[in-house]
Design a protein around this ligand. Structure first.
Ligand code: MGD
Ligand code: MGD
Ligand code: SF4
Ligand code: MO
Length: 727
C-alpha cells in the first residue's frame, strides 16, 4: 500500500538568478562553516550555500547559515550616526565628524578629569580579527585605559583561564578531525545539535563510520543527551566534583598513563592526594550521579586508546567554571590524552570570532597571546607600535563583569560598547539598567540601531556587519577563515575598523602611530607580530588569498609552511616555566544560590537553534523567528500538573532579582525541580538571573539560580508578549 499523495509534485527549487558566488565564513557560531553567498544581477545577496570542498563543513550549513544572506536589508539597522546630550532626550541624526569629535572630546575630558582608567571599553567576539587588533591598538596604545574587555567574559573566559592555568597559555589544542580518531567522547554542558549543528554533523559522520561511546553530562536531556550512550544528569554547578571523582577512580584503579604524567606533568603528588576524598560514594551525594556510574564512566574513558572531552557553557558559566575546565584538563593529562589524534581537551567556542578576540584584541593582554605582566612582551609591542612601553599597565584591568559594578561605585564615568548588547545579555538586568544611568557618557557602536543597550547611549555609531567588510575570523579548532566583502553597508554605516581609525586620528598619540587603512594591511602587521621562535600562535605563513584557497587554515602556520597544523602540544611540551603541564588540585566549595522553599526551582538558561543571542539578527528573519517568537520556558509536565499549569499558559517567574513572564512548554527535557529559558529574549531570563562570578575568570554563573512560579492573568500576559514580539 502506498502512503502519501498519489501524484507527488517534485520539489521545485526556485531559481534565484545567481550571477556570482562570493566566499565567506559564517558570522554566527564558532563552528566556522565556509559559505558561498549568491549575488543576483543587481549585486543583491539572494542565496547562501555551504562550500563543498571546505574542510569544516564540506558543503553543509545549519538553518542560520542557510538564511544568512537575508540579513542584508534586514530591518533595524543603523544607517546614520545619532547623538543626544542627555539620555532622556530624543536622538538626532548627525554627521560622522560630529559623532566622532564628540566621542573623542568626551573621552579626553573624562580622562583628564578622572584619569584614563575611568573610561571603560567593552567589545565582543563578533568583529573581524583585524578590527580587534586595531581596537586593541587604539585602547592600549592611544586612549590608555586598562578597563578594556569583551563579552567573552560572559562566554569563554573560564576556558581561557583554565587553559592558561593548566597549559600555560590559551589555545584549544584539538580539532574536529579528532572525532574521526577518538575512541570515547565526553561532552560537558554542550548541546552541539542546536548550538554547533555542523560540529554535530561531523560527530555523527564519524560515528557512522566507527562506533565509539558518547557520554553527555548535562542536567537537561538535550538533543545531544538523547542520542548519547550515557547521559549523566548532573546537579547544576557540580561538574568539578564529578571530575575529581573520575580522577579518583582512575588513580585508585591504576588506570592512569603514568609515563605521560612523569614526563609531562607537574604536581601529580599534590593532585592525587587531594582527590582522595572524592570517592564515588561521597561524590555521588553532591553531584547527583550514581556512584557505580561514576566508576563505569571513569573506566571507559581511561581504558580507551584515545579519549576526548568537549565542553561549552554548562562548564564555563559556573562559579566553578575555571576549575571545571582545569578538571577536564586534569582528566586528559592523567590519561595522556592531549595533543594526540582523538585525545584532547577541546573547548567548543561560542561566537564566530571569540577566538580572534582572545588572540589579537589585547583585551586580556597584548596581541598574539602576549601578556601585560611580562616586561619583554610589553617592550616588544611598544616598539612595534611606536609607543613608550611604560604607557602599558603591568597588569590586566577590570573585566566586563567588574566594569559594571565599577560604574555603580563611580570609578568609571564613560563606557564604549562595541558589538555587544549587555542590557539583554548581562545577568541581573534590573541592576544593569540602574548602573547605566550613572554614566556621564556612553557610546554604542552596533550594526543595529534597535539593540536595547542603545537606549542608554549618548552617541550611536552605525557599524557595518558581516559581508559588508573583509577580514578574518578564527573558529573553535584554531582555523583562520575569511569573509569577503560582498555588499555595501546600508546608508552611512561604516566598518568598525574605519571607526577605530577615525577615532585614533583625533588623539595626539594616535596621529603619531600607524593605523593601516585596509584589513589586508592590518593582517600583514599581525603576521609580523606573530612570528617568533617557539610561538604557537604564528600566522606568518598565511594571507587572505591563501586562506580563501584552502577554505581556512589552522594556526600555527609558519612562514614557509604550506598549510596549518591540526593540534597543539603533540610533543608534550607546554608553554609553562618548565615545559610541563600543571595538574591542579581543586577543592569544591558549595557557593551557588540553590532552590529552597521560597524559590523551589533551578533556573537554567541557554539557547535554541533558530536564534542567535539577543536576536538583533535572527529576530528579524521570518525563516528563523517564526519558530520561537515568544519568550517561553521548558517545564517538567509533572511539576506543571502539580501547580495546575497547562501547555502554552503564561506564568510569572520570580527570583530575588526580579520577575519575568513566559509561556510554558511542558517537556521531560528538564527534571521536576528545574525550568529552562532560552536566553534570546529581552526583559526575560536575565531579569531573574543572579550571575555569581567565577573567582578566576570572572564569568557569571548564568545557568544556576533559584525561582518560583506564579499564576498570571492570561490576557494581560498575552498583550505584553505581543508587544515584545514586535521586532
Ligand atoms: N543557535 C545558536 N547557536 C549558538 C549560539 C546561539 O545564540 N544560538 N551562541 C553561540 C555561543 S556565543 C555560545 S557560547 C555557544 C553555547 O553553546 P552551548 O553551551 O552548547 O549552549 P547553552 O544552551 O548555552 O548551554 C549548554 C547546556 O549547558 C547545560 N548546563 C546548565 N548547567 C549545567 C551544569 O551545571 N553542568 C553541565 N555539565 N551542564 C549544564 C544546559 O542545560 C544546556 O543544555 O553557542 C554558540 N552557538
Ligand atoms: N541568561 C543567559 N545569559 C547569557 C548567556 C546564557 O547562556 N544565559 N550566554 C552569554 C554568552 S555565552 C554570550 S556570548 C552573550 C552574548 O551576548 P551579546 O554579545 O550581548 O549578544 P549579541 O546579540 O550577539 O550582541 C552582539 C551585538 O553586536 C552587533 N553586531 C554584530 N555584528 C557586528 C559588527 O560587525 N559590528 C558592530 N558594530 N556590531 C555588530 C549585534 O547587532 C548585537 O547587538 O550572552 C551571554 N548571556
Ligand atoms: S553551524 Fe554555526 S557556523 Fe555553521 S552555518 Fe550554522 S551557525 Fe553558521
Ligand atoms: Mo557565548
Amino acid at each position: 500500500m502506498l502512503f502519501g499523495r498519489k501524484k507527488r509534485k517534485p520539489i521545485k527549487i526556485v531559481d534565484k538568478q545567481v550571477q556570482e558566488w562570493k566566499y565567506a565564513v559564517c558570522g554566527y557560531c564558532s563552528t566556522g562553516c565556509s559559505i558561498e553567498v549568491g549575488l543576483n544581477a543587481e549585486g543583491r545577496p539572494v542565496a547562501s550555500r555551504g562550500k563543498g570542498s571546505a574542510p569544516v563543513n564540506q558543503g553543509k550549513l545549519c538553518i542560520k547559515g542557510l538564511f544568512e544572506h537575508e540579513l542584508s536589508g534586514s530591518s533595524g539597522r543603523g544607517t546614520v550616526p545619532l547623538i543626544r546630550e542627555h539620555t532622556y532626550d530624543a536622538y538626532r541624526e548627525c554627521s560622522w565628524d560630529e559623532a566622532l569629535d564628540k566621542t573623542a572630546d568626551e573621552f579626553k575630558r573624562i580622562a583628564e578629569q578622572y584619569g584614563p582608567d575611568s573610561i571603560a571599553v567593552v567589545s565582543t567576539g563578533q568583529l573581524l580579527t583585524e578590527e580587534f587588533y586595531t581596537l586593541g591598538k587604539l585602547v592600549r596604545g592611544v586612549i590608555g585605559t586598562n578597563n578594556y574587555d569583551g563579552n567573552t567574559t560572559l562566554c569563554m573566559a573560564s576556558a581561557v583561564s583554565g587553559y592558561k592555568r593548566s597549559f600555560g597559555s590559551d589555545g584549544p589544542p584539538g580539532c574536529y578531525e579528532d572525532f574521526e580518531q577518538t575512541h570515547c567522547l565526553m561532552a560537558f554542558g554542550s548541546n552541539l545539535p542546536e548550538q554547533h549543528p555542523i560540529i554535530y554533523w561531523r560527530l555523527k559522520e564519524a560515528l557512522e563510520k566507527r562506533k565509539f561511546p558518547v557520554i553527555v553530562i548535562d542536567p537537561r536531556v538535550t538533543m545531544l543527551a538523547q542520542f548519547a550512550d550515557i547521559h549523566l544528569p548532573i546537579t547544576p554547578g557540580t561538574d568539578l566534583v564529578l571530575l575529581n571523582s573520575l580522577a579518583h577512580v582512575i588513580i585508585k584503579e591504576g588506570l592512569q598513563d603514568q609515563s605521560y604524567i612523569d614526563a609531562h606533568c607537574n604536581d601529580f603528588a599534590a593532585f592525587s592526594s587531594m582527590i582522595e576524598k572524592y570517592d564515588p560514594t561521597t561524590a555521588a551525594k553532591i553531584c547527583g550521579i550514581d556512584e557505580d556510574m561514576i566508576r563505569h564512566v571513569a573506566r571507559i574513558y581511561a581504558k580507551a586508546p584515545s579519549a576526548m572531552s568537549i565542553w561549552t557553557m554548562g562548564i564555563n558559566q559556573s562559579t566553578h567554571g575555571s576549575d571545571g575546565v582545569c578538571g577536564i584538563n586534569n582528566l586528559n593529562l592523567i590519561t595522556g590524552n592531549i595533543g594526540k589524534p582523538g585525545g584532547t581537551s577541546l573547548s567548543i567556542t561560542g561566537q564566530c570570532n571569540a577566538m580572534g578576540t582572545r588572540e589579537w584584541s589585547s583585551c586580556s593582554g597584548l596581541p598574539g597571546y602576549r601578556m601585560l605582566e611580562k616586561t619583554e612582551h610589553r617592550e616588544e609591542v611598544a616598539k612595534f607600535w611606536g609607543v613608550d612601553s611604560s604607557f602599558f599597565p603591568a597588569k590586566r584591568g577590570l573585566q566586563q563583569t567588574d566594569i559594571f559594578p565599577a560604574i555603580e561605585s563611580g570609578q568609571i564615568k564613560a563606557l564604549w560598547i562595541v558589538a555587544t548588547n549587555p542590557l539583554t545579555s548581562m545577568p541581573n538586568q534590573p541592576r544593569i539598567r540602574k548602573t547605566l544611568e550613572k554614566l556621564e557618557f556612553m557610546v554604542v557602536q552596533d550594526g543595529y540601531a534597535d539593540c536595547e543597550t542603545a537606549q542608554y547611549s549618548n552617541v550611536y555609531l552605525p557599524g557595518a556587519v558581516w559581508g559588508e567588510k573583509e577580514g578574518v575570523q578564527t573558529n573553535t579548532e584554531r582555523r583562520v577563515n575569511l569573509v569577503r566583502k560582498f555588499v555595501e553597508p546600508p546608508g552611512q554605516a561604516k566598518p568598525d575598523f574605519w571607526i577605530f581609525n577615525q577615532l585614533a586620528k583625533r588623539f595626539e598619540r594616535g596621529q603619531k602611530m600607524h593605523f593601516p587603512e585596509s584589513t589586508s594591511e592590518i593582517f600583514d602587521e599581525m603576521k609580523m607580530l606573530s612570528k617568533g621562535r617557539g610561538r604557537n600562535l604564528d600566522i606568518s605563513g598565511m594571507s587572505h588569498d591563501l586562506i580563501e584557497q584552502q577554505s581556512g587554515i589552522q594556526w600555527p602556520m609558519r612562514e614557509g609552511d604550506s598549510t596549518g597544523n591540526p593540534r597543539l602540544y603533540s610533543d608534550g611540551i607546554f608553554p609553562t616555566a618548565n615545559g610541563k603541564a600543571n595538574l591542579l588540585a581543586m577543592d569544591y566549595i558549595e557557593n551557588n544560590e540553590v532552590p529552597d522553599d521560597a524559590f523551589p526551582f533551578w533556573l537554567n538558561s541557554g539557547r535554541v537553534v533558530e536564534h542567535f543571542h539577543t536576536r538583533t539578527k535572527t529576530g528579524k528573519l521570518g525563516n528563523l523567528n517564526k519558530f520561537s517568537p515568544t519568550p517561553y520556558m521548558e517545564m517538567n509536565p509533572d511539576a506543571a500538573a502539580a501547580l495546575g499549569i497547562h501547555s502554552m499558559q503564561y506564568v510569572r517567574l520570580v527570583s530575588r532579582r526580579g520577575d519575568a513572564v513566559v509561556m510554558v512548554q511542558p517537556t521531560h527535557r528538564v527534571p521536576r525541580n528545574m525550568v529552562f529559558i532560552p536566553m534570546h529574549y529581552h526583559d526575560c531570563v536575565n531579569r531573574l538571573s543572579l550571575g555569581l562570578l567565577d573567582p578566576y575568570s570572572r564569568q557569571p554563573a548564568f545557568k544556576q539560580c533559584a525561582v518560583r512560579i506564579e499564576h498570571i492573568d492570561q490576557k494581560e500576559a498575552a498583550k505584553l508578549n505581543v508587544e515584545r514580539r514586535a521586532f
